[in-house]
Design a binder for this molecule. Structure first.
Ligand SMILES: Cc1cc2nc3c(=O)[nH]c(=O)nc-3n(C[C@H](O)[C@H](O)[C@H](O)COP(=O)(O)O)c2cc1C
Length: 331
């Protein structure tokens, strides 16, 4: 077993957190992750209303007696969601672990702190992580450039970002982005992280609600099959490379650039939802990290978590064997 300061704080058996995934983090999937010994995370905004989130939390609790969290993502949107309402519903339902992402989580942090919750905040730079720590966040989730979803605008890969986190951060941190196997978990621990975090790897499990075609598509992909959209709008997002994301990039790159209204019809969230439901990988844009290139199968959450743990333990043990103890005679 691998025990870290965060396995104790989060009350999980293995140092693995499943990142909140819009249209994917539904109760039965999240419960499967938590039952496997990792931390499952529901996504608040996947539910149409705060009351629907209450129901999803109750459903999850029926399926697992293990801890799970709720993600609240604050991103630029046309109709601002009722973030405070989602937070209140989750706290009233007894959730104590929250993953926040995006800008200005200040009011949510204050509310969660006053309710004794543990807050994990996603950060894509050290400066962002220091500011979140100053605002009272308990755990920093450090997202390298490889990650699915929003990698920020600094383009710093996980290797450097996590080593910088080790130099600068006083609070515990989670390694996120590009981690899909035990090598990644061992590397995350070596870089000072107390837990690994992944979305894309869990997306491709038996219990993930994504259509089988999408899982098969991931298995047959390489690390070159993702692309960034919204780069020119300074809201970069790593998604799977398909005809729709390519069209978005082409529009963004045309002379004079693009406004959000020029691409809005292509990036409509309902089209992304259709991808997972119908299994048509060309139906819209869908988040995926460059670790799609590392994914070669569709295991159950239990198989995956056990495998990540076993592989990481073997690697840590193997590294120990690399140490040569010099005897006085050889010196
Ligand atoms: C399908 C999918 C949907 C996602 N949706 C969200 C979301 O709604 N909010 C969020 O904060 N992160 C979201 N993410 C990002 C993940 O929580 C996590 O940070 C990311 O997947 C880590 O990078 P990795 O995929 O390389 O492991 C999503 C990722 C995927 C793959």
């Amino acid at each position: 077993m691998i025990e870290t300061p965060l396995t104790k704080i989060l009350n999980i058996r293995v140092p693995i957190v499943q990142g909140g995934m819009h249209w994917v983090s539904y109760p039965s999937f999240v419960a499967a992750v938590s039952n496997a010994g990792a931390l499952g995370i529901l996504t608040a905004l996947t539910q149409p209303t705060p009351d629907a989130l209450r129901i999803a939390i109750r459903e999850t609790r029926k399926l697992t007696d293990k801890p799970f969290g709720v993600n609240i993502t604050i991103l630029p949107s046309i109709d601002t969601p009722d973030y405070a309402g989602y937070a209140k519903a989750a706290v009233e339902e007894g959730v104590r672990i929250f993953e926040t992402a995006g800008n200005n989580p200040g009011p949510l942090i204050t509310y969660f702190k006053s309710n004794d919750c543990i807050i994990i905040h996603k950060c894509t730079s050290i400066r962002h992580a220091q500011s979140a720590a100053w605002h009272g966040v308990d755990i920093l989730s450090i997202d390298g450039f490889e990650c699915a979803g929003h990698p920020g605008e600094d383009d710093i890969g996980g290797l450097v970002l996590l080593a910088r986190a080790a130099q600068e951060l006083k609070k515990p941190y989670i390694a996120s982005g590009g981690i899909a196997d035990g090598r990644g978990l061992a590397a995350a621990l070596a870089l000072g992280a107390a837990v690994m975090h992944t979305g894309t790897r869990f997306l491709c499990t038996v219990e993930s609600p994504a259509h089988q075609n999408i899982k098969d598509k991931i298995v047959s992909s390489t690390e070159q099959d993702t692309v960034h959209i919204f780069r020119t709008l300074h809201n970069s997002s790593r998604v799977f490379k398909n005809s729709v994301s390519q069209e978005v990039v082409d529009i963004e790159r045309r002379p004079g650039g693009a406004k959000f209204s020029d691409i809005q019809h292509l990036v409509d969230g309902q089209k992304g939802k259709k991808v997972y439901e119908t299994g048509d990988p060309e139906a819209g844009v869908w988040s995926a990290g460059s670790c799609v290139g590392l994914i070669k199968d569709v295991p159950s959450c239990k198989e995956l978590v056990e495998r990540l743990e076993r592989e990481a333990e073997d690697i840590i043990e193997g590294l120990e064997k690399l140490r040569v103890r010099r005897t006085d005679a050889k010196l």
